[in-house]
Design a protein around this ligand. Structure first.
Ligand code: IPD
Length: 327
């Protein structure tokens, strides 16, 4: 079964599927603003699910089952309903029908469908479609990643411009998210981390990295896509799930980004002699499902440093500045 796999064909199918899902999201939004559909809270008031999340996941799941009956499926809403399929060597779709559900509920346009495809436990295809913006990102392992927009319908390769150097975090536009866990111990760690990311060490903020700016767009998938495009320099989050990031990981890696997981695994992977540990920029299953992610854009080589060494330096500096916790 797995030897017959045609990744190009699957990518084409995933792109078409993302457009169908995008249409369902737009229709769901219209119904929502006519007062015809609502939303529920999951863990708390900052963790939402709508009828459109569920309907879109059903649509996508059914289409995949029709086209690829032997493939496995892991989806946010199926998981929430108790179908906790684990990652195996089988071809597996990992899907978030609406990434950015809070944005969807509020009509803030950074909402997308995120379709990842994993082959032998490795993410190999990623499609992210943001229907309000009509931004389509897609990537296939070894073939690059691309964006199409209404202004530029022909796919353009990512990153969109030649990568620049990144001498320090002071030149960086960084994304992080507030997440739905706001309990005091976790929030204290988040706030301490946010302070060190943004604060001015010359103005008394100990360990302050004073990044140029920060963004919280409300969609992990679109954060990954924007780091891939080069319009964000770094994105960090603890707490999102494999379906939020699977597609983004492929798109980012194909655009020359570095993707790492938890602090210990990331720092271990930075040393080139980590022959027995995790290799830098590899995505083992424990990273994909590990709920801790840092992604850094492609960085140009300079006379004194390769782009990969600059990515490693950036990850080390960033991890020295932030706290870590278990979601
Ligand atoms: C969430 C969004 C959000 C991120 C959360 C995700 P959802 O996904 O990506 O930006 O902070 O970690 O769970 O709930 O909108 O599918």
């Amino acid at each position: 079964m797995t030897t017959m796999i045609d990744l190009e064909e699957i990518q084409t199918f995933a792109v078409q599927l993302s457009k169908k899902a995008g249409q369902a999201i737009l229709e769901g939004s219209a119904r929502r603003f006519e007062g015809l559909s609502g939303f529920d809270e999951k863990k708390n008031t900052a963790d939402l699910v709508t009828e459109t999340d569920q309907a879109t996941e059903k649509l996508v799941k059914d289409e995949i089952a029709r086209a690829y009956p032997h493939h496995k499926f892991i989806g946010e809403e199926s998981w929430a309903a108790g179908e906790e399929n684990q990652l195996t060597d089988e071809p597996t779709w990992i899907i978030d029908p609406i990434d950015g559900t809070t944005n969807f509920v509020h009509g803030f346009p950074f909402t997308c469908i995120s379709i990842g495809f994993v082959y032998r436990k490795e993410p190999v295809i990623g499609v992210i479609y943001a229907p309000f913006l009509e931004h389509l990102y897609h990537g296939l392992k070894g073939s690059g990643s691309y964006i199409s927009t209404p202004q530029h319908p022909a796919p353009r390769r990512l990153p969109l411009a030649e990568p620049l150097p990144l001498p320090s975090l002071r030149q960086a536009l960084v994304a992080f998210e507030w997440g739905s866990d706001r309990k005091s111990d976790i929030l204290a760690k988040k706030l301490r981390s946010f302070q060190r990311i943004t604060g001015d060490s010359d103005g008394g903020v100990e360990g302050g990295q004073m990044v140029q700016g920060v963004r919280s767009m409300g969609s992990a998938a679109l954060n990954f896509a924007n780091v891939a495009a080069g319009s964000l320099d770094l994105y960090w989050e603890i707490g999102c799930w494999a379906w939020d990031v699977c597609a983004g990981i492929v798109i980012a890696k194909e655009a020359g980004c570095a993707v790492v997981g938890s602090r210990d695994a990331a720092l271990a992977s930075l040393s080139s002699s980590a022959a027995e540990g995790q290799r830098f920029n590899d995505i083992p299953p424990e990273l994909l499902t590990g709920r801790k992610y840092v992604v850094v854009r492609a960085i140009a080589d300079t006379e004194s440093e390769t782009g990969v060494d600059a990515q490693k330096r950036t990850i080390k500096t960033f991890y020295d500045a932030v706290d870590e916790w278990d979601p």
